[in-house]
Structure formats: structure tokens, C-alpha cells
Design a protein around this ligand. Structure first.
Ligand code: PBG
Length: 336
């Protein structure tokens, strides 16, 4: 049979496989880089000492008390990770989320400790009320209606941002999806003399089912209703551009799109339209899906996780917040 097989002659110019022949050639034509320096490592901080409480839905992650940060910083720095994103889990929650701007709270304490341990670590503080409110919503709730009220929430977000800037945060990152939150935080920071603290705005944030595991980790599941009256409909992309434009006009220094894997088109559109540094958040559910499939042996975890991260970079993100930061950094430093 073989000797009678007549191959179709391909024109010589149409052989893209030429550059895939060896790893050296593949590396030479690779368009997108993925390095430890592109990854932001999220941390969940609790009050108390000696605490490292594993988060069941997010294998490999734990709620940590401030005294456990030294070991963590040593580990991530050795891996080449430059930045962390902080969430706080307070012991006490109330209707206004007053713990969010308590200077003795877990986040300000963690910021101070991290900056003491390593001044060159880029410390980003998430600014939201949902971890601090008893009802778990991202803003103040009007008692009679259960509506999350926008404008009453703004000064509280401003107070939280100032509290974290005062503790030494390099960047504050509002994630509450209240209208006007960037302007309110900018004004609050400037009034308190933090003119140089940049704002990383969670500009386009979908009301996503993929935040499920995080809410367990941060103990921030809403006690009633959901977040669809303030977070965006996942069906919308043009609206994301409106949100981003507003945040840019209000003074956002850096932009974020979230989630990442289900919003690659939005990352790309924001990248093409806005010159600002762009961060994408590979959220807890994206991590949990990969972890669960890997645990069952259904996916090659290393390859699948690195592929998901390089895709987010390829879509246009400069930096990626990911629960895979440490593992990915480790994988990237070893061949295979
Ligand atoms: C809100 C906030 C959330 C996440 C980051 N900031 C949860 C939410 O909006 O319900 C989710 C991150 C993740 O799922 O990893 N403060």
C-alpha cells in the first residue's frame, strides 16, 4: 500500500509545523511569557496567633494568622512571586462592617507585618465590606427592603482604603462594585494625604458562580439574596467597557477583570482599549475545578493549570491573581 501512496504536494510556504519541531524552536516562537513575577498570591488573614486553618474548598490554602506570615513570605519570595492580595476574616461582624476600617484588624496588621518582613513585596489590600458585614453583602443594607445602598456605602469603603494605606499597603483594590467607589476612595485617600497610593479597581466583575469556594474561605456568603444587583451580568461584555471607562474617569490607576477564564474576551477588549496595567483574577471556582479534576486523575494538573494561566496572559493580562501562584511558580522553575 505504502509504495503506491502518492503524497499531496504541499506548497513549501504552508508548513507551520516547521517551527514546532523541537522545544528550542517552540520556545523561540512562543508569543506569551508566563513567569512567577506575573502571579499575585492571595492570602486570607484571621485574628489570633498560631493559626493555619486549611480551607476545605481550596486545597493548599489556609486562613493564616499574622504570625504565620514570615514563613509564607520566605516561601513566595524564594519562588519569585512579587505580590500578594490580602483578605481579612474578622472575629466580629456587624451590620456596617466596621471591622473593615479597624486599624487593629487582621488586614492592617498583616500589611504592617508583610512590609516589615519584606519592604519590596507589593502588598495589595482588597477593599470591600462583605467579609465584615453580618449579612455578608458588599455594602450597607437598607433594613426594610434588603437593598444594598450605594451612596451610604462609599464613605465606608473610603475609610477602609485609608486604613490600609495608613498601615502601608502599596495598592488598594476596591471590589464592592458600588458606583462611584473609585472616586470616593481617591478623595478619601487624597484627603488623608495618601496621594501616592494607587487604586487597582475591580472594574469589570461578574456576578459569578465561580466565587463559591472563596465565600467559604472568607466567610462572606450573603445571608439573603445574591450580588446580582451590584455585580455584572455574566452575559455582558459591552457593559464591562462602560464600567472600566467610568473607573478610569474616576481615577483608577490599574484595572482588573474578574473572573478571568470565563471573561477572556473582556480581558482582550480592555487590553486593546485602555493602556493601564491590567490584572485578571483567576477566581476560587476556576481553581477548585482544576483541583477537583486533577484529584480524580481526569486532568494533568500541571499542564492544565499552566495552560489556563498562559491563556489569561495571552488574552492581555499583565498580572494574574491566582490560587495556583505558588504551585505554578514551582512548576515554571522546573523543566517538564
Ligand atoms: C468581594 C470579593 C469576592 C472575591 C474577591 N473579592 C467575592 C464575591 O464577590 O462574592 C472572589 C474571589 C474568588 O472567588 O476567588 N469582596
Amino acid at each position: 500500500m505504502l509504495d503506491t501512496f502518492v503524497p499531496t504536494t504541499l506548497p513549501d510556504a504552508r508548513r507551520p509545523r516547521r517551527t514546532r519541531r523541537t522545544e528550542a524552536l517552540r520556545a523561540f516562537v512562543r508569543e506569551t511569557s508566563l513567569e512567577a513575577g506575573h502571579l499575585i498570591h492571595p492570602l486570607f488573614i484571621v485574628e489570633g496567633t498560631g493559626i493555619s486553618k486549611p480551607i476545605e474548598t481550596m486545597p493548599g490554602h489556609a486562613q493564616l494568622s499574622v504570625d504565620r506570615l514570615a514563613a509564607e513570605v520566605k516561601e513566595i519570595r524564594a519562588l519569585g512571586i512579587r505580590s500578594v492580595l490580602l483578605f481579612g476574616i474578622p472575629r466580629h461582624k456587624d451590620d456596617e462592617g466596621t471591622g473593615a476600617w479597624d486599624s487593629d484588624g487582621p488586614v492592617p496588621q498583616a500589611i504592617a507585618e508583610l512590609k516589615r518582613l519584606d519592604p519590596s513585596l507589593v502588598v495589595i489590600a482588597d477593599v470591600c465590606l462583605c467579609e465584615y458585614t453580618a449579612h455578608g453583602h458588599c455594602g450597607v443594607v437598607r433594613d426594610d427592603s434588603g437593598v444594598v445602598v450605594n451612596d451610604e456605602t462609599l464613605p465606608l469603603l473610603g475609610a477602609a482604603a485609608v486604613c490600609y494605606a495608613r498601615a502601608g499597603a502599596d495598592i488598594v483594590a476596591p471590589s464592592a462594585m458600588m458606583d462611584g467607589q473609585v472616586a470616593a476612595i481617591r478623595t478619601a485617600l487624597d484627603d488623608a494625604d495618601f496621594l501616592d497610593t494607587p487604586i487597582l479597581s475591580y472594574a469589570a466583575k461578574h456576578a459569578s458562580a465561580f466565587y463559591g469556594p472563596f465565600r467559604g474561605a472568607a466567610e462572606s456568603t450573603p445571608s439573603f439574596g445574591d450580588r446580582r444587583a451590584y455585580q455584572m451580568d455574566p452575559a455582558n461584555a459591552r457593559e464591562a467597557l462602560v464600567e472600566v471607562q467610568i473607573d478610569v474617569d474616576e481615577g483608577a490607576d490599574l484595572l482588573m477583570v474578574k473572573p478571568a477564564g470565563s471573561a477572556l474576551d473582556i480581558i482582550r477588549q480592555v487590553r486593546d482599549r485602555f493602556p493601564h496595567p491590567l490584572v485578571a483574577y483567576q477566581v476560587s471556582g476556576e481553581y477548585a475545578m482544576l483541583k477537583a479534576a486533577a484529584e480524580r486523575g481526569w486532568l494533568d494538573e500541571r499542564r492544565a493549570a499552566l495552560e489556563s494561566l498562559v491563556a489569561i496572559r495571552r488574552a492581555g493580562a499583565d498580572q494574574v491573581i491566582t490560587y495556583y501562584a505558588k504551585e505554578a511558580a514551582r512548576w515554571l522553575s522546573t523543566a517538564g
